[in-house]
Structure formats: C-alpha cells, structure tokens
Design a protein around this ligand. Structure first.
Ligand code: ASP
Length: 608
C-alpha cells in the first residue's frame, strides 16, 4: 500500500534503544533478506547505515506475504515500531561499534515496494570479490557499497574544510576555462577540435597555471580553486587522465608565506577528518640533502636506512666496479640493513632483490654481511667481502655496522645510484618491517634545481615549469654563459611529501621580464615560440605584475591517503580504468561520420 516516503521519520543509521516503542517510517534498499521460522528479516540500507526490519506475528498477513517477495536491492518504504531485538539477539557488531543500530529492529506493519531490481551483477558489500571492470560498468551499484560511500563522504568533508579554510583567509574561488590553450606542465594535452574554426583545436588544461597568474596581475591577491585538470600521460599504475587539484596563488609573498598557508590547509583537513594534529612547522629538506640521504626527492622519512657515501674508502679497494665508477666521475654509496637474526635477508631474498634491481636497470648489487670473528671483532663475509680487503675495518667503522647487518653497495653515476638505492631502501624498509603504520610523516622538499639536462632531447628543461623563479643568489649563474653550471641553479620551488608520496607542490614565479626572457633563452625557447605559446601571459606580465607564487595539491591523492583507499579509483566517483577507458559509458567511443565531417576531421586507423 502507498506510504508517504517523502516523510521519512529517520534514516537507516539512526535508530537506537532510546527510540524503542516509537512508530517510524524508513526507506532504503534491501541489503539482505531471510525467511526464518515463518518470519522475514530484512537489512534495510541507505547511506547512513543499516536497520533490521522484522516481518512477524505483529505484521498483517498480506504484508508478510509481500515481504516474502522482496529481493536484494529492491527499493522499499516501511512503517513500523522500534523494538529491542531481545537479549540473545543483539548483533555482535553492535558491541564493536560497527553496527550502531544493532540493538534494535523495526517491527513492520506496512510495506510499499517503491521499485524492484533484477539480481545485481555482484554482491553489494565491502567484501565483494567482483572484478573491478564489472564494478565500474555498474558504478551506480558499486557506489551503494558502504565503504565506497564513506570515501566520498570524506572527500566531501575535505573539499568543504578547504573551502572554509581558504574563505577564512581571504581567498576568492575563481573559475578558469576548460577550453583553452596548452599549459606548461609538460605532459601531453587532450585536444578538442573547434567546429567553428576548422583545423583549430582547444586544449584541456593540465593546470590553471597561466590563468591563476593572470588573476594576480588583476589584483585578486588570493585565488583558490578546486579544479579538474587533464593530462594525457602514458598509463602508469594509478594515474587518472582527469584528476582534481586544490590550486592556489598569492601575491606579495615569498615561499615561506605560501608554504605556511598550505600547511594550515592540510592541517585543517587532517584535524577535520582524522582528528589528527599535524606537528608544525612541517620539517624541510633541501632537494640535494633528500637525494644524498634517501636517493629520492620524495623520501619516506618514517624509517631510516639512509644512504652513505663511501666513495673515498671504495677508492682504496681494488674492486673493479668501484674503481670504474669513481674514475668515471661517479660515486659509491651504501645502505646498511640490520637483520640481527639473519632470518629476513636470506640468500633467496637477496637474490630476489638483485634481480629486482636488474629489472629497473641496475647493472648489479654488490653486498656483503657483517659478522664477528673468534675474538669478537667485526668482519665481512660472503658477497664482495674478499674485494674489500684491508679497507673493510674502516668501512665498517664509517658505517657504524653491527653484527648481522647486510651492507649493500651501488657504484655508478650519482643519479642512477640514487635511483637504485632509493628503490632498494623502500624494499628493505618493507621486508624488514621498519615502516611504522598509522604514522604521518610530512616533509617539505625545497630548493629544487631550476633546470635539468634532458639527455634525449639534448637540451635544458624546467624541473617545475618555465615560470618558476630562481633563487636570488643563483641569478648570477642563470645569466652566466657557462652552461655547465646551469644545473646548479636552485629554484624557489617546494613540494609537500607525505610518507614518501608527493601531495603537491608549487613555486614563486618570475615577475621580472628580463629573468623570464633569460629562462626562455636557456630553455631554448625563442621569442617566437614563447609568444606563440605563452604570449598572453608575457603580455600581461608587462603591466605591473606583483611578486607572486602558489601551489597545487592533488586532491584525489590526499583523499586516498585519508581514507586508506587502495587506489585513486576508489576516491573518484566515475574514474577511468587503468587502460584509460570508462566501462560505464563506453568512452572513449567512435563518433558518426557526420560529426567528424562537421569538424573537418578524418580518422586514420592505426597501422598494425
Ligand atoms: N601548476 C603547478 C602544477 O600543477 C602547481 C603550481 O606551480 O602552482 O603542478
């Protein structure tokens, strides 16, 4: 019989013992239904929780009959009375806090089926084992799962907290166009053909970078936006072609001001969602130190296993790989891994690690073990022990090695040594269980180099983007004609790292024309190209630009960390698969000949 579903008295997560005896009207979806000794029990689910319904003796016969027809995922409305489940029947999950309604049930008097559903293609529960493609194809059902819903409620809380925070600090949320020109983040653009201007294309923005700088020229000295960005990158694990950034820009600031503002925002989010107070100020590490100590510009500082430069001692050995590396201008670095019982770093595990490093390009991974001799003196054994010869004692001393340690070496050019040892360090951290769970290690990495040498293209390129300002103290290097020193120019760029994951970054921008011209020159961008690419920004920067800077955080990634989700796809409502497709809509898809003709476009099938 019809029930006034528009007058729900409660939601499905709300009823408690204090409501016993009250008449209530609930609506939701049938999560479970079971016939039990002439009675029907239904778990009614909505986004607030789950409430047990009982159709039994007190239920009119016709309603009980109707209840027998109910199936999973039907949408229903019921009227009934709240009752205690009885001492023996209280859900065990009530006591653990997982099911706050688990003490009561609703004894149903009236039922209306609002809509039926065929059996869902997969189990709508957090324990579903369905393949992700099936879940994404029926994402609207997938999104009925409580775990996923929780992620999106947190995502909402994050966005709301950020908006409130920035509003309270005088920021203005301004929108920037999606149909625009190429932006300078260095990835491939998604292009949109223009029908009105045949042969011409818009690019979807990789970031609002140029527009937010224009806002500064306009005098909106505090801009913020939660904005979608698009990057047509090759598909790597857990990347999305469209993703959301928290984007901001400020005028009359130095790096300190932007970083403090951003810290405050992240702290507000962690307080609101996790009730966790981030210790501030967040520690800082220069890019150089991060590489020296961890081999990577986004180190996970929850554990040690730092890298040691042992080049000087390695140079005193006869070991050919060491000597070759050093003669070629490279380094020899080491990591000391404690394995006192010798249980973790077994021969098999070590061989596995060596193989793994080969897989990412390392020519080898020399190692040795630290043991004690009969006199209780430290010595090395196995691996490259014999090649270390008389240098071993000084080496062990320099590394503060202890019995049971495994010492790993990497000779080679600085950059590759860093890359391989950073990988090894992370793997050793996992294997030796040195990474504490439930800990949040934030870190600012600062003083990035302005430029890096692109060996393939044989030219200098920006580490951040071409509008990033160099350190004042390094301007002299920038204007020097000695290009061999350009790699030493530090920039006013900063990245925020959490547990080894980059949350985002930004920089102070160049606001002086001659510096910008020089950077373009160094990057090999001539005047014509600069005009053609960024002419409008360069033009605007002629009209009294204020000193300015900003940053962007990856919102999806932050939500992923806060929710503990296993993938970005679990915090984006309608994500793309790892193949860059959308199983729900079938996008990308072919279009009609007519649509193509209107755009003056003809497609060429890819050659096999
Ligand atoms: N536009 C930059 C990015 O998307 C962030 C910034 O420099 O503000 O990475």
């Amino acid at each position: 019989m019809p029930l006034p579903y528009h007058q729900r008295t409660h939601n499905c997560g709300e009823l408690r013992a204090q409501h016993i005896g009250q008449q209530v009207l609930l609506a939701g979806w049938v999560a479970n239904h079971r016939d039990h000794k002439g009675m029907v029990f239904v778990d009614l689910r909505d986004r607030y929780g789950m409430t047990q319904l009982r159709f039994g003796d007190e239920t009119p016969r016709v309603v009980l009959e109707e209840a027998r027809r109910l199936r999973s995922e039907w949408c229903i409305c019921v009227r009934g009375t709240v009752a205690h489940r009885g001492p023996g029947n209280v859900s065990p999950r009530f006591f653990t806090g997982e099911l706050p309604t688990g003490e009561i049930e609703v004894v149903v008097q009236e039922l209306e089926v609002l809509s039926e559903s065929p059996p869902p293609p997969f189990d709508i529960s957090d324990y579903t084992t369905a393949h992700e493609d099936i879940r994404l194809e029926h994402r609207y059902l997938d999104l009925r799962r409580p775990g996923l819903q929780r992620n999106f409620l947190i995502r909402h809380r994050v966005a709301k907290t950020l908006r409130d925070y920035f509003d309270a600090h005088g920021f203005v949320e301004l929108e920037t166009p999606f149909l625009t020109k190429s932006t300078p983040e260095g990835a491939r653009d998604f292009l949109v053909p223009s029908r009105l201007h045949p042969g011409k294309f818009f690019a979807l923005p990789q970031s609002p970078q140029l527009f937010k700088q224009l806002f500064m020229v306009s005098g909106f000295d505090r801009y913020v936006q939660i904005v979608r960005c698009f990057r047509d990158e090759d598909l790597r694990a857990d990347r999305q072609p469209e993703f959301t950034q928290l984007d901001l820009e400020m005028s009359f600031v130095q790096a300190e001001n932007v970083m403090a503002m951003a810290e405050g925002a992240i702290a507000a989010v962690f307080a609101a969602v996790l009730n966790y107070e981030i210790p501030r100020p967040i520690p800082r590490l220069s890019y150089r130190e991060a590489l020296d100590r961890y081999g990577i510009d986004r180190p996970d500082t929850r554990f040690g296993l730092e890298l040691h430069d042992v080049s000087a001692l390695a140079g005193q050995t006869e070991f050919a790989p060491f000597r070759q590396a050093l003669e070629g201008g490279g380094v020899v670095k080491a990591i000391v891994a404690p394995d006192p019982g010798g249980k973790v770093l077994t021969r098999k595990t070590i061989d596995g690690l060596v193989e793994e490093l080969r897989g990412i390009g390392a020519p080898g991974l020399p190692y040795t073990k630290v043991v004690t001799d009969e006199q209780g003196q430290l010595k090395v054994e196995t691996g490259i022990a014999k090649h270390l010869g008389s240098v071993a004692p000084s080496l062990l001393d320099a590394l503060s090695a202890r019995p049971g340690d495994v010492v790993w070496f990497m000779p080679g050019p600085y950059a590759s040594v860093c890359k391989y040892l950073a990988h090894l360090r992370q793997r050793l951290g996992q294997l030796l269980q040195l990474i504490p769970q439930g800990q949040w290690n934030f870190l600012w990495v600062i003083d990035f180099p302005l430029l890096e040498w692109d060996e393939q293209e044989r030219r200098w390129s920006s580490v951040h983007h071409p509008f990033t300002a160099p350190h004042d103290a390094d301007l002299e290097l920038l204007f020097s004609d000695d290009s061999s020193r350009w790699g030493q120019i530090r920039s006013k760029a900063y990245d925020l790292v959490l547990n080894g994951i980059e949350l985002g970054g930004g920089s102070i921008r160049i606001h002086r024309a001659e510096v910008q011209r020089r950077v373009f020159h160094v990057l090999g961008i001539n005047d014509d190209e600069a005009q053609q690419k960024f002419g409008f920004l360069l033009q605007a920067l002629r009209y009294g630009p204020p000193p300015h800077g900003g940053l962007a955080f990856g919102l999806d990634r932050i939500v992923m960390m806060l929710t503990g989700a296993a993938s970005l796809r679990d915090v984006i409502a309608f994500p793309k698969t790892q193949r860059g497709t959308c199983p729900l809509t079938g996008a990308p898809s072919s279009v009609t000949e007519k649509q193509l003709a209107e755009l003056f476009i003809r497609t060429i099938p890819p050659s096999k």
